[in-house]
Design a protein around this ligand. Structure first.
Ligand code: HSE
Length: 312
């Protein structure tokens, strides 16, 4: 047991191409950081600091509270916690903000308690944060944030997943249009999805997983990009929510990106590119957004092997 410690967990890209709720990958940056302190008094207090502190609630409304409560319950621990979240993953941007806060908290509290929970139990605790934030305990952000690498969730009930190291030498270009979303953005972005798809669509969508998985397994970015481009169900439904998505994607591909799609529930648009082309891809995406006077944030990063980790 360590009564006080700090941990962090990375932003993620969920729904890699056709892998809605099934494939997610950890990014090198940004990372949410939490400091946790075990206290005898059985209450949980959550404070928020950091770049995006004003954009998430403190106290009981924060996912860290929900996740910490779940870890304490599973560990049958009677004391309480003081948690400070340093919020560096931009909320409501499609980069797994709630998943990063949830993964960092589950990891940190479990470590502080002397690791009473298995890694699966830690993940299930983190998923309570996703259930609270998105209305569904989807694991394609929290799992890669906790475990790092690329995670394939192939069963939800019971939860089953596979983790692999990410392919090397790929740059991930992320353009985030700065648009105002309603609260509970992921919940709303799930409401626009079709409730039913035809068998023909299912076959097309499943086909997209083949180059994606094979590309990741072989470390072949071109093949991986081909898979990223093959979402025929979720991307078309959500594209309407993202200003100039189609034009931005077209420009990224024209500038040499291997593949381009929506990150998580959006509005971030991610493109996979070689280290040689990533700046031109970013520039091409930026040009489109600028030409339509859309403010945006741009980030070029990489996939990361590392998930949640102890800090300092
Ligand atoms: N798979 C989730 C969704 C990810 O698309 O709703 C949300 O970041």
């Amino acid at each position: 047991m360590r009564s006080e410690l700090a941990a962090s967990a990375p932003a993620t890209i969920a729904n890699l191409g056709p892998g809605f709720d099934v494939v997610g990958a950890a990014l090198e940056e940004p990372r949410d950081r939490v400091e946790v302190k075990l206290v005898a008094e059985p209450s949980i207090v959550v404070r928020v600091e950091g770049t995006y502190a004003s954009e998430v609630p403190s106290g009981e409304g924060n996912v860290c509270y929900v996740v910490a409560q779940e870890v304490l319950k599973r560990a049958e621990h009677r004391g309480g916690l003081r948690i400070t979240l340093f919020k560096e993953v931009p909320p409501a941007s499609g980069l797994g903000s709630s998943g990063a806060s949830s993964a960092a908290t589950a990891f940190a509290v479990n470590k502080a308690l002397g690791e009473p929970l298995t890694s699966m139990e830690t993940l299930l605790s983190a998923l309570e944060g996703e259930r609270y934030a998105a209305g569904a305990p989807h694991a394609d952000n929290a799992a890669p944030s906790l475990l790092g690498g690329v995670v394939f969730i192939y069963s939800y009930n019971p939860l089953k997943l596979l983790r692999v190291d990410p392919p090397q030498g790929i740059h991930v270009v992320i353009a985030t249009p700065l648009i105002r979303w309603a609260e509970k953005k992921t919940y709303l972005a799930r409401q626009v999805l079709p409730k039913r798809i035809s068998l023909k669509k299912m076959v097309k969508q499943l086909g997209g997983l083949v180059p994606l998985v094979a590309g990741i397994a072989r470390g072949d970015p071109k093949l991986m990009g081909e898979g990223v481009n093959m979402d025929f169900v979720v991307e078309p439904a959500r594209a309407k929510l993202i200003p100039r998505f189609k034009e931005t994607k077209k420009a990224a591909l024209k500038a040499g990106a291997y593949g381009c799609s929506i990150s998580g529930a959006g509005p971030s648009i991610f493109a996979l590119a070689s280290p040689q082309t990533s700046s031109s891809v970013a520039k091409a995406m930026a040009n489109v957004l600028e030409s339509f006077s859309i403010d945006y944030r741009m980030l070029i990063t990489k996939f990361s092997r590392e998930g949640a980790r102890i800090e300092g």
